[in-house]
Design a protein around this ligand. Structure first.
Ligand code: AMP
Length: 565
């Protein structure tokens, strides 16, 4: 079925491979199987062929039906679009069945999905296509009122991609329809996938923003399979398990907490079309899921605020996992007191390692830590920031990780890799963490970060990327983007601007227009603008973002107090 290249194929261009000693150990321990991602997914799908695989408001498919479609799509891709195994492909698709078929179809065709979101702007998609060498874009025609169609046309016109496949609406001239691809691939011709060996790149996940060189996490066949398996085991996924997922599936969380582990375990995935609370509650009542594998704190807060939740029947849910952003202790307590939900927490990242609070852990562990790594192969260090020295036990420091599913380097980012990884291959997360050694076990809490990122309800905004584009505005002399607290989303972006003499003050709206015209995703737009005469500096002459954060926190507190009076 596949062309099997030698397992010891030379490393691909731009890929930082695992060192031989680690790879040998991961295989000896049975964590790595020596098989590819599509191979493992197909095996599982065949084993569970008649079980329910995927439910959306429109489809209810068994594994046979899901993989029948994915196989047809894989063949059709080669026949109609002319993609070749080893190519990368861009995605702008939401939570619909076609996205799952397209993702799996790509894997079965040996094509490497680049997990871009439908929320990304033309700028991000174009830059990431260039970085990964992708030439094809899969887009969802009816997403967000059809706005992705114009963006796909723009990307084609700019030659950022040269092929577009459109699902769920008519294809414009020069694009190919999803149905056409599917129809061309019906039959039982052998699948095209090229097996580059288990150490080859299967999927590109995204990390940082797109300033200068984008940070793309190349996920390799063998380790990505193991990531999904380790999660499925930690969460006790089984054929009876019903997972409900409301966040965008084309993201590392959607792929490795939901789609892949569900296939490997033969479990059922229910895709909520949007994270809106009415959709979510309707799906809970209709499908009675037992696992919500990832609820961002913002969604949990919205759930608590929704009047209809008091009458909803949430009794089917055994695992309510919160993660992606810091969970405030009082939200965990309100979920317990008002909805009878015992939360578990997880910490995840596109680069690999997942932490999870164990089932049955005490409340102290579940409410105040993100738990422990999910694999015995995960190694964690808490480093004095900027060094390779570990902090004293129990002190706060930078979380660093290495293990059988944590990348050893970003794709084609040699210079950046020298600072993002320790010399012995630990990935520096940029998160501040503390280790807690307790009689129950060793757990970690996340207590801040040193990277310049705003975590807006789990969507990450890399300050530098937005600052660079704000800096292109002719009226802006200097800019600093900082996080301001938000009661629901956790954080939002606030832009401090120093304007050119005589310039008209920029507003949230006019600055937003400027950024959208440059193709930036809407979720990255600053939600408050502060015009100042100068930015505060640290004693080494850098902009003091700490002082700006304190300033905006103070302003918000004063405003809130004023509103209360
Ligand atoms: P991503 O690669 O988009 O999944 O983002 C990974 C980053 O999200 C981490 O490096 C953290 O900064 C943040 N993150 C993920 N889970 C948590 C959590 N449970 N608590 C605090 N921050 C988190």
């Amino acid at each position: 079925m596949s062309v099997n290249a030698a397992a010891a194929a030379p490393p691909e261009d731009g890929l930082v491979p695992y060192d031989d000693e680690s790879a040998e150990r991961y295989r000896r321990k049975g964590w790595w199987s020596g098989r590819t991602l599509p191979g493992e997914l197909e095996r599982a799908a065949d084993l569970h062929a008649d079980r329910q695989a995927l439910i959306t408001p429109e489809v209810s498919w068994t594994y046979r039906q899901l993989f029948g479609n994915a196989r047809a799509f894989a063949r059709g891709l080669v026949a109609t679009v002319g993609v070749r195994p080893g190519e990368a492909a861009m995605f702008q698709m939401g939570n619909v069945a076609e996205t799952v078929v397209t993702y799996l179809g790509c894997l079965l065709a040996g094509v490497r999905p680049v997990c871009t979101l439908p929320q990304h702007g033309a700028r991000e998609v174009g830059l990431l296509a260039r970085h990964t060498g992708a030439r094809v874009l899969f887009t969802q025609g009816d997403f967000g009122g059809g706005r992705l169609l114009g963006q796909a046309e723009e990307l084609l016109a700019q030659a950022a991609v040269d092929k577009v496949v459109i699902a769920r609406s008519a294809a414009f001239e020069g694009a190919t329809g999803y149905a056409e691809v599917l129809a061309a691939g019906r039959g039982d011709a052998p699948l095209p996938y090229l097996d580059v060996g288990p150490g080859g790149i299967a999927v590109f996940q995204l990390s940082g923003g797109t300033t200068g060189l984008p940070k793309v996490a190349p996920r390799l066949h063998e380790e990505y399979v193991y990531n999904s398996l380790a999660w499925a085991r930690a969460m006790r996924y089984a054929p009876e398990t019903r997972l409900l997922y409301p966040l965008p599936i084309m993201h590392n969380a959607g792929i490795s907490l939901v789609i892949q582990p569900a296939v490997l375990a033969g479990a059922r995935v229910i895709l909520a079309p949007t994270p809106a609370i009415p959709d979510l509650l309707a799906a809970v009542e209709q499908h009675r899921p037992d696992v919500l594998p990832l609820m961002p704190p913002a969604l949990a807060i919205r759930l608590l605020a929704a009047p209809q939740v008091r009458d909803a029947d949430l009794s089917s849910v055994r695992d309510f996992v919160v993660g992606g952003q810091k969970l405030p202790g009082e939200v965990a307590e309100r979920l317990r007191d008002e909805l009878g939900i015992q939360v578990r927490q997880m910490f995840g990242m596109a680069e690999g390692m997942f932490l999870l609070t164990p089932a049955g852990a005490t409340e102290a562990v579940r409410h105040h830590t993100v738990g422990a790594p999910i694999s015995p192969g995960d190694e964690v260090r808490i480093l004095v920031p900027g060094t390779e020295t570990e902090v004293a036990e129990g002190e706060l420091g930078e979380l660093a990780a290495r293990g059988p599913y944590t990348i050893r380097g970003y794709y084609r980012a040699e210079a950046h890799n020298r600072s993002a990884f320790t010399r012995d291959g630990f990935y520096r997360t940029g998160d501040l963490a503390r280790r807690h050694v307790t009689p129950e076990g060793t757990f970690y809490s996340i207590e801040g970060r040193i990277k310049d990122v705003i975590n807006r309800g789990v969507e990450k905004i890399h300050a530098e990327e937005v600052e660079e584009l704000i800096g292109e505005h002719p009226d802006v002399r200097t800019v600093a983007l900082v996080a301001m607290p938000d009661p629901v989303l956790g954080e939002k972006g606030c832009a401090y601007l120093v304007l050119e003499p005589g310039a008209e003050p920029l507003t949230v709206a006019s600055l937003g227009e400027h950024l959208l015209s440059l193709g930036l995703a809407r979720y990255k737009l600053p939600e408050r603008v502060e015009i100042v005469d100068a930015l505060p500096l640290t004693n080494v002459g850098k902009v003091s973002k700490r002082r700006l954060r304190e300033d905006i926190e103070h302003k918000l507190a004063v405003e809130a107090a004023g509103e209360e009076r």
